[in-house]
Design a protein around this ligand. Structure first.
Ligand code: NDP
Length: 284
């Protein structure tokens, strides 16, 4: 059985470090990093994410504000709120929880968040900087994936990395980060033919699909490192990843569980981005 990558433990370790940095910044400069989370509608999963983010901020002494808007909120109202937050000196990171209701143009909202406060790294300017290899904010989940590999001393350079999923939030940025670390990267998606043939080539396999247990044992090379980003709700209410963990863990050299793998890393990296945004805002 492969080694289980304990994202909960690594995230806790990172959060401790962030708390120390935040307190040092406060002590030395008086600056308190601030995060504003905007939630439109009542998607239960989004409500849980936002609540967890608020708790995580409190733990590391980051100031946080929460804006819960009704499902029928007009786009113009949200744009005005974001503009206000863009100019609010207490706020260094703005997070707009996705998905947004249908009447709101998601791309327009993401472009309105100041690129200097875009801690999710979704603004086109920040996407461009990431593509260049000179990121301002690294998107949180992909950043968490790399941090996990680094924490466990897993070499990336020269490795065959296969990423299943090409979303702007996970698949594309994680592929870029692996590329920048000199992996040979293949990106798969729903039109990929013979998915198993491609995934079996992977030394490092990242699944970011959103289909419970799609990656089965026969699709994984002996000794591969398997990173499961997926979070899927099963009919019985339990959570499952995109990887058939029970069987794949016998073949993998390292594997992330769901929950407790990549998930906890996302919030830790969000806190890190808020802290570094605050520091950068004053040129510290
Ligand atoms: P998207 O739905 O935006 O993207 C899914 C990707 O998977 C698409 O590129 C799609 O291909 C591809 N795909 C779908 N079905 C197949 C298939 N049968 N074979 C191969 N590829 C397929 O999802 P996200 O990237 O936003 O999220 C992926 C998963 O990660 C979800 O479970 C989500 O909940 C989870 N997640 C977890 C986070 C965390 O903190 N751990 C944070 C963000 C997401 P195509 O482009 O062709 O449609």
């Amino acid at each position: 059985m492969g080694q289980i990558i304990d994202g909960k433990m690594v995230a806790e370790h990172l959060r401790k470090g962030i708390a120390e940095e935040v307190n040092k910044l406060k002590r030395e400069t008086g600056l308190v990093p601030g995060l504003a989370a905007v939630l439109v509608g009542d998607n239960p999963a989004s409500q849980i994410y936002v609540r967890n983010k608020r708790k995580a901020c409190e733990e590391v002494s980051i100031y946080s504000e929460e804006y819960k808007l009704p499902e029928e909120t007009a786009e113009s109202y949200l744009l005005t709120l974001i503009e206000k937050l863009n100019h609010d000196e207490k706020i260094h990171g703005i997070l707009v929880q996705l998905p947004l209701p249908k009447q709101i143009n998601e791309a327009r909202i993401l472009r309105t968040v100041s690129p200097l406060k875009d801690i999710d790294g979704f603004h086109p300017e920040n996407v461009g900087l990431l593509v260049e290899g000179n990121p301002r904010f690294i998107p949180c989940t992909p950043h968490g994936v790399i941090k996990l590999l680094d924490y466990y001393g897993i070499e990336i350079q020269g490795k065959e990395a296969v990423v299943v999923g090409r979303s702007n939030i996970v698949g594309k940025p994680v592929s870029l980060l692996l590329l920048h670390r000199h992996a040979t990267v293949t990106i798969c998606h729903s039109r990929t033919k013979s998915l198993g043939e491609v995934t079996r080539r992977a030394d490092i396999l990242v699944a970011a699909i959103g289909r419970a247990r799609l990656i089965t044992e026969d699709m994984v090379k002996e000794g591969a490192v398997v990173i499961d980003v997926g979070i899927n709700r099963l009919p019985d209410g339990k959570l499952a990843g995109d990887v058939d963990f029970e069987n794949v863990c016998n073949k993998a050299s390292f594997i992330t569980p769901v929950p407790g793998g990549v998930g906890p890393m996302t919030i830790a990296m969000l806190l890190w981005n808020t802290f570094s945004s605050a520091k950068n805002s004053k040129g510290f």
